[in-house]
Design a binder for this molecule. Structure first.
Ligand SMILES: Cc1cc2nc3c(=O)[nH]c(=O)nc-3n(C[C@H](O)[C@H](O)[C@H](O)COP(=O)(O)OP(=O)(O)OC[C@H]3O[C@@H](n4cnc5c(N)ncnc54)[C@H](O)[C@@H]3O)c2cc1C
Length: 416
């Protein structure tokens, strides 16, 4: 039996929501429910340096290296860790946990994020890994020994980061994707082609425009080979499924809310029909007035932080507990991301993937991607800037942000 605000999902978006509620003046009870048995931690290092480090660390020590600090402003909160929400009754403001506890709430924050998708092909189960959480990373790390042959299904961010980390550890890395280049759906083809060549120069092998058709195992069930639809067979010790994620919404079934791909909510993060419920982070599918009225889920670290900030103001306004920030004064949510692959940092801002054309803004790709030169691509829809992706452009980020906001806010004024 809880009361006050219950936050389901005790990772980045859940923790930031609790902090923002406190910053906005909420002094009532906060309960954080989390399926994982750990205090909140940061996921991005799990495909990068922390994955290398994890080979020589205990699970507990790995958690310490990635744990998110608990800020003093969080004050007193109740943690229900190692507990999963299994059902909810939004009309009666109640959720049920896997140990049978029923928690009542006055306000609810949905922050249950995503889980990894699996390939629809069987075989070699004990050498197959995913990379979404701390346990996944620790288990995978134990197999990343020098000379190990690792096949990665999926050339998205996690697949590419893992390819770089595993190559650096002396593994032989093959990456498979149905697309013609890594991250092509985010970066567009000239940029993605250059990224492909950059990885290849570092020793990663790619098999593109193809799918995993079959996974062969020996008589003891150990993984042997991965066969592709283009006829190639790859000897494999470890297979990592990095083919994307799906939202954790099963516990919200039966409430009549739209959970077709995450939780559909408004641009202020409120869930339609339930003013005392907000959705934040990777699970939230919301429209962003800076761009258009299409609802999208955005799987970036900064979205967890920014939706928590907006959502806290919305929730407290609804609960009649005047937040310190007026809803009309909340800052716009500006998506941004970074990705570390070998010696480059890719940084993006805005929504490059909605663009219909691209134009280089800084540098050129003629010599390919280098470890030190700046390159930045502008992404345009109907001639208006919607996003910028750069490599080695850390110092330019404030300029790119201003450029993007100028373009988006000008577009806004012209259409109103
Ligand atoms: C390996 C990896 C690397 C990444 N690297 C980058 C990067 O470089 N840059 C970047 O911008 N972003 C990166 N991201 C994305 C970023 O980490 C996410 O956007 C962020 O973690 C989203 O936070 P969240 O709290 O919304 O969801 P999550 O972090 O997924 O947390 C959801 C939590 O809810 C819990 N939960 C689920 N169901 C229930 C339930 N029914 N009851 C209770 N608890 C439940 C889960 O166990 C989990 O702890 C990376 C993600 C991963 C996995």
């Amino acid at each position: 039996m809880a009361e006050g605000i219950v936050i389901v999902g005790s990772s980045l978006a859940g923790l930031r929501s609790a902090e923002q509620l406190r910053s906005q003046g909420w002094e009532g009870a906060i309960t954080l429910v989390g399926e994982e048995p750990y205090l909140p931690y940061n996921r991005p290092p799990l495909s990068k340096q922390a994955l290398s480090d994890a080979r020589t660390l205990s699970l507990e020590s790995l958690h310490e290296t990635v744990a998110l600090g608990l800020k003093p402003r969080l004050g007193e909160v109740t943690w229900q860790l190692g507990r999963r929400a299994v059902s909810s009754d939004l009309a009666n403001q109640r959720i049920t946990l896997d140990d049978g506890q029923a928690l009542s709430y006055t306000g609810l924050v949905i922050a249950t994020g995503l889980r990894s998708r699996s390939l629809p092909v069987h075989g070699g189960e004990s050498q197959r890994y995913r990379l979404r959480n701390l346990n996944d990373a620790w288990q995978l790390a134990q197999g990343l020994t020098e000379g190990c042959r690792i096949t990665i299904a999926g050339a998205g961010f996690i697949g590419c980061e893992l390819a770089a980390t595993a190559t650096r550890l002396g593994c032989t890395v093959n990456v498979i994707d149905a697309a013609p280049a890594p991250l092509v759906n985010v970066m567009g083809s000239p940029f993605a082609d250059a990224l492909l060549q950059y990885h290849q120069r570092h020793g990663v092998s790619f098999h593109l425009d193809t799918l995993i058709a079959e996974i062969a195992e020996d008589e003891r069930g150990n993984l042997q080979t991965v066969a592709l639809s283009n006829g190639t067979t790859i000897d494999t010790d470890i297979l990592v499924e990095a083919i994307g994620s799906q939202p954790n919404t099963a516990w919200l079934d039966g409430n009549g809310i739209d959970i077709t791909d995450g939780v559909q909510c408004q641009s202020d993060m409120s869930v339609p029909g339930h003013g005392n419920v907000i959705a934040v982070g990777d699970i939230a599918r919301f429209n962003n007035p800076l761009f258009d009225d299409v609802c999208r889920r955005i799987e970036h670290w900064n979205i967890a932080v920014e939706t928590a900030r907006t959502g806290a103001v919305t929730l407290l306004s609804h609960l009649g507990d005047t937040p310190r920030t007026r809803p009309e004064d909340t800052k716009p949510i500006v998506p941004s991301f970074w990705s570390d692959q070998f010696d480059i940092k890719i940084q993006g801002i805005g929504l490059p993937s909605i663009a219909d054309s691209t134009e280089p803004l800084d540098g050129s790709l003629h010599q390919g991607i280098s470890d030190s030169s700046l390159f930045a691509m502008g992404y345009y829809r109907d001639g208006r800037l919607t996003g910028i992706i750069s490599i080695n452009g850390e110092k330019k980020q404030p300029d790119y942000r201003n450029m993007l906001l100028d373009a988006l806010q000008t577009a806004d004024t012209e259409t109103t």
